[in-house]
Design a protein around this ligand. Sequence first.
Ligand SMILES: *[C@@H]1O[C@H](CO)[C@@H](O)[C@H](O)[C@H]1NC(C)=O
Length: 403
Amino acid sequence: MGAKLLCLCLLPALLAYYIYTPLPADLAEPWTVMFASAPFRAVGHLATALDLLGLMHYMEGMRLITVLETVMVTSDEDVTVTHTEFNNVPVLLYLPKRAPEGLRRAMVYFHGGGWCLGDAGMKPYDHMARRVSNELDAVVVSVNYRLAPEHPFPVPFEDVYAVTKFFLQSRVLSQYGVDPTRVCVAGDSAGGNLAAAVAQQLLQDPEVKTKLKAQVLLYPALQALDLDLPSYRDNADKPLLSGPLMVRFWSEYFTSDPALREAMASNRHVPAEAGHLFQFVNWSRLLPAGMRRGHEYVTPSPGSAELAQRYPGFLDPRASPLLVSDALLRQLPPTYILTCEHDVLRDDGVMYARRLRDAGVSVTHDHAQDAFHGALMFVSWPFELAVGHRLFDRFLGWLNENL
Ligand SMILES: *[C@@H]1O[C@H](CO)[C@@H](O)[C@H](O)[C@H]1NC(C)=O
């Protein structure tokens, strides 16, 4: 009896202790943020334990997040959803049910999840695609690309590229009643990385005649060269993406070999021969003074040439879109970039916005002072945040005016 009572009192206390995490003062609704991020942390701990015990790969354990959030995606009264394949890659296709007023706009969307997790059928992604389709009378293609580490770089990129290229054919666009002058690519986090890379690659593909109207990059990852930016230093321990987890995602995108992960964790993975590439991610030059937050720039120490030869992906612009020349950037379409203050990826987005603007591209850069990585996902039950709704409405409003 006494033991049971003790348990009854201790359990909520332990749970509260586990859920409680100190958060920056400018994050609103801190308890909702804590409750929303607790499952992510719990799955992270479980995945680490299972990996240590040799029972499964860390990322397989992490996929519990995807499983918990994935829903049965079906049509509703406004939107028809079809599970189909474009160029042998599975996609969810969202078509408005109302009679078209003319040709429609279209968005090709890539979900986030560090190239290793996530699914177009996760509730927040389904919700987002449905609302864009219904409220903008648009066709939405949400891509289920293959994931690392089973399918390392360049497979996830190649899958989203194959889908985009297939969709952009005049024959296919007209089949779905899409206006070829009003198509965009979009994605969040790792999906923003894929969207940026696809937009760049399309410019260099002589077989593609359709030009994108816009690219939408929501807290994107854009470079794997310098993983010690001020945003990595300031936000190593913020929801929902920690610094170590981002390093893990980057390294698993290329290989599960712990040698690369360890080199990346100490920011010693770029060989001396590739040192000239640091000019494209030099934050002492590319971040405005206010965003450097008083941090001191140090050129990362050179890494092993042999490691980079074995896993050259992180030096490839299809994985690190910040690495291309201004001559290529100049040709990119109007761009929307969202960055969040409390996010390790903050500076990637800030630097890309700066480089695109310098190259003459029209850029809308929204920086949310009170937001964290993944905030856009919190727009439906059970975890809703005012900041999620606000960012979502901005994203939708920008698309409505610019697509
Ligand atoms: C980065 O930029 C600073 C100037 O802001 C310069 O002194 C430094 O040499 C640059 N480093 C690299 C590796 O490009």
